[in-house]
Design a protein around this ligand. Sequence first.
Ligand code: SAH
Length: 340
Amino acid sequence: MQSIYDLSLAELTTYFLEHGDKKFYAEQLFMWLYQKKITAIDQATNLKKETRERLQQEFLFSTIRIVQVEEDKEVRKYLFSLQDKEHIEAVLMYHDYGLSLCISSQVGCNMGCAFCESGRRKKVRNLTTGEMVEQILQVEAHCKDRISHVVVMGIGEPFDNYDNVCRMIEIINHPKGLAIGARHITISTCGIVPKIKAFMDFPYQVNLAISLHAPTDELREKIMPINKVYPLETLMPVLKEYTQKTHRRLTFEYILLAGVNDQVEHADALAALLKGMNAYVNLIPYNETENLQFKRSNAIQIAKFYDILKKNKVCVTIRREFGGKISAACGQLRSKKEEV
Ligand code: SAH
């Protein structure tokens, strides 16, 4: 059975029209769900009783449940259980500009990046639109505050679940939905080229982040198998076209892995690769995980890498760290849960 949180406003409108209800019911229900944040359909008091009863029979409401919360200074990690008993996670970060939630897009992941905990378990299934939307609603209810920013950087590859992710954006961005500004929403991908092309026509000014992590094909394909399918010579021209066409913000994520991709030669090659592109680089200190051998670069190496990019006029920041102590790196909490 479908969840009520799976439907965009346009789809709800069609649903009501098909059932002989008034068109404006869709907007009313949307506002009940996303602004008044009701938890049961009978709370939507201005809908007809028969309509409420039918909705109750035809749709699920809450389908995910918080089962564990870990907390550190400015970060909270949520573990959810799904209807089929799978687990996913979301990470809430307290920034000075507001609350940002990192959500999951799949159960498991097929991308197989060597350094990433999430990929240790192959994809079981895509998350539904509703399961993504509900991560936001449930965390808001738990922390009793408004989430102003959403990043799709949790477990999974969002562009391997393209349609549901796009519908989720439509719902959370809608002024009658959660009204989260498009510029406050970021999708992160390992570089699935056909979907980056499709995303050019997606009519929302959301941010795109590319997990680059290496400046050459030789190195990138060693740590990210996707590079064998879409090497840099395919990926980079599409990204150039993407920024020219959409004028949206494009960020490159670059995890610094000690001795692997953090040397002077890598910084030089990265600066050369990005030359002339209107892009930002986010250097990410690696969150070490027990199950994988990679080590975090030391602070001196990180600073050196940063300086080289700066000198080459690349816009670069070092990601502020959240959640190292509470296994907040992608997939770590779920891994722990499933190994006990
Ligand atoms: N599949 C998407 C989104 C999920 S991963 C993608 O590849 O972008 C989100 C980001 O976290 C990616 O940049 C990923 O490479 C990074 N990441 C994974 N494991 C990490 C770790 N242990 N420490 C720091 N960043 C990590």
